[in-house]
Design a protein around this ligand. Structure first.
Ligand code: GLN
Length: 385
């Protein structure tokens, strides 16, 4: 038989998605792959029911239905502080997973370097491999998960094509400060580099932290490819609705990449999601309040059990320190945790470039009951492991 592609030789399956399968296998409370177990907003679901009887069953315009792009442009113009052109500056994609891949393919040639902060969301590694780019990792150092500006400049000296910025950050929950973003901006300018953002947690930020869109920094619009999605904001991860916002010349190319990758996002779902995009500010305040409550409940539960953990400034992940359990492999620990304690987690090693083996990631995008059940089970952790 002929060989399979060299390109795919270096990556494994997604550990995050694998842990969901393992959780199902053991009937564990699945706090691994980050998705909610509560319902999306009722208004969106009601609109979805209506849409099935309307004329939205064929392809939409490949770079996104007009109605969706207009609603998105209006919402993001308010948030990002600039008028976004729905016709020239947006591509609607199948989740931000496709947005990031399309962005990478839009800018990178085989052999180009891209800067990735470590820890990082595991897809970026595969995005780099599939687009032929070579990641240059810069550590975010705990407990603040801050970066060393000299180390970052060293990475820029390697003349990367782009820097990938996940803000708020998965898995460490960091929300980059204006000073940090300005530092990155100055280097991006100095070394003439694109910045590809992943801002899917833009609305899940805990006070007093504040999300600043990289594209909104002085002079950064021109070189920023902003990727995000509706998954986390409206609790519709299965709908696979994401997007790229960028200057028209970049979007022109991204539209073509996207068209040949997937043709387009699901037309009926785009139409139904317009209802969410048109929500007022109250919706986002309420979302933040509800996630703040979940975070506080979950962190307090972990404190009561006495497990050391990060305190996220944004997104909905916590890293737990499992050093005391003496496992050599965090993957084995997570399997035992799912099997014997009944809680699904993601091994930290799947996020770090560095040889980190003492952390696991849990998420708290779950109903209060689910979080309490997980905490009840975790109370036995020292007996079981
Ligand atoms: N972003 C989510 C996580 O990190 C899941 C994303 C996915 O699996 N597509 O768990």
């Amino acid at each position: 038989m002929p060989e399979l592609s060299k390109r795919t030789e270096t990556f494994t399956d997604s550990v995050i998605r694998r842990m969901t399968r393992i959780s199902l296998q053991y009937g564990a409370v699945n706090l691994s792959q980050g998705f909610p177990d509560f319902e999306p907003p009722r208004e969106i679901l009601e609109r979805l029911a209506q849409v099935s009887g309307e004329d939205f069953h064929q392809y939409s315009i490949t770079w996104g239905a007009q109605n969706f792009r207009e609603a998105l442009a209006e919402k993001q113009s308010r948030r990002m502080g600039r008028t976004i052109d729905p016709n020239r500056e947006i591509v609607v994609t199948c989740g931000s997973t496709e947005a990031m891949m399309a962005a990478m393919m839009t800018v990178a040639n085989p052999g180009d370097r891209v800067i990735v902060f470590s820890p990082f969301y595991e897809n970026y590694g595969a995005d780099a491999v599939l687009s032929g780019a070579e990641p240059v990792y810069v550590p975010l150092v705990p407990p603040e998960f801050s970066f060393d500006p000299d180390r970052l400049e060293d990475a820029f000296r390697q003349r990367p094509k782009a820097l990938i910025l996940c803000n708020p950050s998965n898995p460490c929950g960091k929300v980059f400060t204006r000073e940090e973003l300005m530092l990155i901006a100055d280097l991006a300018e100095k070394y003439d580099t694109f910045v590809i953002t992943d801002e899917v947690y833009e609305h899940i930020v805990y006070e007093p932290n504040e999300h600043i869109y990289f594209a909104s920094l002085p002079g950064m619009w021109e070189r920023t490819i902003s990727c995000s999605s509706l998954s986390k904001t409206y609790s519709i991860t299965g709908w696979r609705l994401g997007y790229i916002i960028a200057p028209a010349d970049i979007v022109d190319t991204a539209k073509k990449v996207h068209d040949f990758l997937t043709v387009g996002a699901a037309a009926p779902l785009q139409e139904a999601a317009v209802t969410g995009l048109r929500f007022g500010d109250e919706y986002y305040r309420d979302l933040r309040r509800r996630y703040t409550e979940k975070r506080n409940l979950f962190l307090k539960g972990l404190d009561d059990i006495g497990i050391a953990h990060t305190v996220p400034q944004g997104a909905y992940y916590v890293l737990l320190d499992i050093s005391e359990f003496g496992y050599d492999s965090d993957l084995e620990f997570c399997e035992a945790l799912a099997r014997d304690v009944g809680v699904g987690a993601v091994p930290g090693s799947s996020f770090f470039r560095e040889p980190v083996n003492h952390l696991i990631r849990l998420h708290f995008a779950k109903k209060e009951d689910t979080l309490c059940e997980a905490l009840n089970r975790l109370e036995n952790i020292r007996k079981m492991l």
